[in-house]
Design a protein around this ligand. Structure first.
Ligand code: FES
Ligand SMILES: [Fe+2]
Length: 406
């Protein structure tokens, strides 16, 4: 699990006037909406005797969440403002703070930045131009996987599996015809263009879906991954002017659980009547994927390609692994789960927030210990061995029909 990234914690509509419990990176969070309608997110643990703030309420002024155990109040910056037992004159010490995390709301989703980087160093929340755009009909759903988020992302951007796992996307017999046409790589996101030959669509009233696509019609599919939000975005060009866009935020709830907050947009048949069938098909696809992904080994996505083999159809997935590996090895943002587990049930550890970083810089104390992260093992290098592997996959074998084994 990687810190210092934005993640989707909840749908916006889920946070109204009561505190809401959420979990990101294995850490419990409390979300609440203040008087101005701004969502606040902080560690869901009271400094006093460890009460869960999410079990409390928002105070009358709507600027604090109140612990249900002894009524301590915390503002949106995680600062304890009031300790009722000590009387109104009591000055709460400065160090009575819990980690509070930056929050933004976009696309009807609550994004929480789980880290302590200053604003200008954060990778941005990915764009979603289709949201709130009348050219597109939107629907949403969510789905919980018993799998680690990186495995879920890799599955989402893997086009070759479609011929085997999703009957709606391909036939095993035409698997060799699909190919990756282009790959565009960036530091925290990448996009590829794939050519596929899927089956004719079926179903719908009077079989209307047959008209969308002919059998084995050449179809362009553009998967993207974005490290912020562990986003998988897939654009499918069904035919001229007819497109489907999927935007899945794959939130690491903990190392065993991923929650996908999924938007789907379509540029055709925009009446509500078609939504029910679309959601059903989307769920079917997620279930087909989950059956495969939840059974993969090793449980955690390998960081190197050393103990697996890859072929040219894996080159886009390799760009994701490469970028993720940089966060682990060069930035040191991976949670050290072995170290964390030594303290399990005995001590509260919370992911470092910007407020904690500031307090440390000023030499001020902080009550809870910091969630341990794995120290970086290398400086940022222009090319590491892994990148060379990926480049080989993306260049030498890009237009070759031969399998390229790393
Ligand atoms: S545990 Fe929260 S006020 Fe005592
Ligand atoms: Fe899939």
């Amino acid at each position: 699990m990687i810190t210092n990234l934005w993640y989707v914690a909840e749908w916006s509509e889920a946070v109204k006037d009561k505190p809401v419990k959420a979990k990101l990176l294995g850490q419990n969070l409390v979300l609440f909406r203040d008087l101005e309608g701004k969502v606040k997110a902080m560690a869901d643990v009271c400094l006093h005797r460890g009460g869960s703030l999410a079990g409390g309420w928002v105070n009358e002024k709507r600027d604090c969440v109140v612990c249900p155990y002894h009524g301590w109040e915390y503002d949106g910056a995680g600062k304890c403002k009031k300790i009722p037992s000590e009387g109104p004159e009591f000055k709460v010490p400065d160090r009575f703070k819990v980690d509070a995390y930056p929050v933004e709301e976009h696309y009807g989703m609550i994004w929480v930045f789980m880290g302590d980087l200053p604003e200008e160093e954060r990778y941005p929340i990915p764009p979603l131009a289709e949201y709130d755009n009348p050219k597109w009909k939107a629907l949403k759903t969510d789905f919980v996987w018993k799998a680690e988020a990186s495995r879920v992302v890799e599955n989402g951007i893997d086009i070759a599996h479609a011929s085997f796992v999703h009957p709606v996307f391909g036939y095993p017999s035409t698997a060799e015809d699909n190919y990756i046409d282009e790959v565009e790589k960036h530091e925290w996101w990448a996009r590829s263009t794939n050519v596929m030959f899927p089956p004719q669509l079926k179903g719908g009233f009077l079989g209307w879906r047959n008209f969308i696509r002919k059998d084995k019609q050449e179809t362009r599919v553009h998967p993207e991954w974005h490290l912020p939000g562990m986003i998988v975005r897939i654009q499918i060009d069904l035919r001229e002017g007819w497109q489907i866009v999927m935007f899945d935020a794959n939130t690491p709830i903990d190392e065993h659980t991923t929650k996908t907050f999924a938007w789907q947009f379509r540029s055709f048949f925009k009446q509500d009547i078609f939504d029910k069938g679309s959601v059903k098909r989307l769920k079917t696809i997620l279930l087909e994927d989950a059956e495969i992904v939840e059974a993969t080994q090793p449980y955690y996505l390998p960081e190197t390609l050393a103990n697996e083999v890859s072929v040219k159809s894996d080159k886009f997935m390799s760009t994701f692994r490469m970028a993720r590996r940089k966060l682990v090895e060069e930035k040191g943002w991976q949670i050290d789960m072995d170290e964390r587990d030594k303290h399990k049930g005995k001590q509260v550890l919370t992911v470092a927030s910007p407020g904690r970083r500031e307090a440390e810089a000023n030499g001020d104390g902080w009550v809870f210990e910091k969630m341990p992260t794995v120290a970086p093992i290398k400086k940022a290098t222009a090319k590491n061995e892994f990148e060379k592997d990926v480049d080989n996959l993306t260049t030498e074998s890009a237009n070759s029909k031969d399998s390229f084994v790393v």
